[in-house]
Design a protein around this ligand. Sequence first.
Ligand code: RAM
Length: 524
Amino acid sequence: MEEPKMQTASVVIKPNEEFIQEAERLKPALLKRKVEAVQLVNVVRDEAMIHGWKAEAAGEPALLSAKELGKGDSVILDFGDHRVGYLAFDVSSVGSPPDAPLQLKLTIGEMPVEMAEPFSEYEGWISSSWLQEETLTIDVLPKRIELPRRYSFRYVKFEVLASSMKYRAILDNISCTMVTSADISQVESLDHPDDMLERIDRVSIRTLEDCMQEVFEDGPKRDRRLWLGDLRLQALANYETFRNYDLVKRCLYLFAGVPDEKGNVSANLFIEPTLIADDTYLFDYSLFFTTSLFDYYTASQDEKTLRALWPTARRQVELALEQLDDRGIVQDRQTWWSFIDWQMDLNKQASSQAILIYALKRAIRMAVWVGCESAGRLTEQLSAIEEAALKHLWDGELNWFVSGEQRQVSWASQIWFVLAEVMPAGANKELMLRLLDTPPDIGLSTPYMHHHLVEALLVSGCQEPAVAHLKAYWGGMLADGADTFWELYDPDNKTFSPYGSYLINSYCHAWSCTPTYLIRHYGL
Ligand code: RAM
């Protein structure tokens, strides 16, 4: 898979110190819990399993203290569930006094495949430094080792790269101090009569919990960063579960704290060493600042924050409206200008137009709530872009929304136009049912877009296929061994990765946690 054409711009940031301080004030304390491995495992070839590997039980972790490890020996520990936290272990020696340092390699992974296929073979286009491995050279034994980096994992492989002929190593007391800002005691139990929905709900919550750190991270393995598109969905799931309004508020203030000179919010932020806006700007993600503020206010009724952040929210729609061509249609571009999905052949114009309509509708409601004079003007602009969309992007002969110069028909374009509620309810329902019956070639490639498919089915009144799809897709991940839901999952191509290798995919990913929102919010 080829790398998308990223735009790197020299951006001038106009920090808003008041917002940055407010975000700092809302920084959460992390909850900690120490856990131990539950078993030793061997990872063996099994073509029936995802990626062709499975973990097989190989005994109690207590066996480790009697296992003498020499050069070339290795053990794999299974922590029994997905963990995010800090690893520590004791290492000692048996035999003669250690006459040379011990060299240990740790490979830390969310999936069995990460224990089995060497990271040195990775050739994807995003950095291999995301693959979790460490080499330690230990001069003095015995020693308690506390690794400084936070990992996201279920399995840990220890390999002795070098000891000496005179001694062997013993590993013991291997533990993980888990960290999260999510307080599970806040979550009401679901008690759903449908077992599958109950399990999907539980794993969604585990996924969200592990992504909730000092900000809502997209994935604790990768990118460990606050992305706006992910934040929007995590926030929706959070309102139904942990109800940590302050963490959403903090993230909104962080984005609003570092806009560029025109007022545009970045697609993602780095929080350390200080708050830095990434130089990636995405048309849809910037607009999701507006919709995320709308959702936050709807859930929290926090009027003070609504008023403080409204100018930033309004600015995102104004900047998007400046990107229309003279027909009133969002201009298409050859670069990675709007995200929508990791479907590489997707033309993003129609979906982006629909997202602008979706965001503008919410902006107008906020303008009314705060008594902003822009409400009237925004309402006129809304009818103009809805009309333009129906005139230029709806193809009455094909009965589909089309996108770009080639008039591409995709799932994403239909889904986003239904979510934007441009056509009457009956027509939206018909469109969704037609989409399921006669699927266009350009499909969906992430749980992120599958979320939007299910939500589009629900808002258009197609509850039965919505539930069926949710169970088939997220239930498919469960059947394939998910402890937390994944960044990428294509049931027809289970090795899919937009990055060039499934080794680098994230297997606990925020945008995949939404079934708990869909089930609880829509009362499925
Ligand atoms: C991926 C990130 C994140 C997403 C961006 C667009 O690299 O992990 O989830 O928001 O892409």
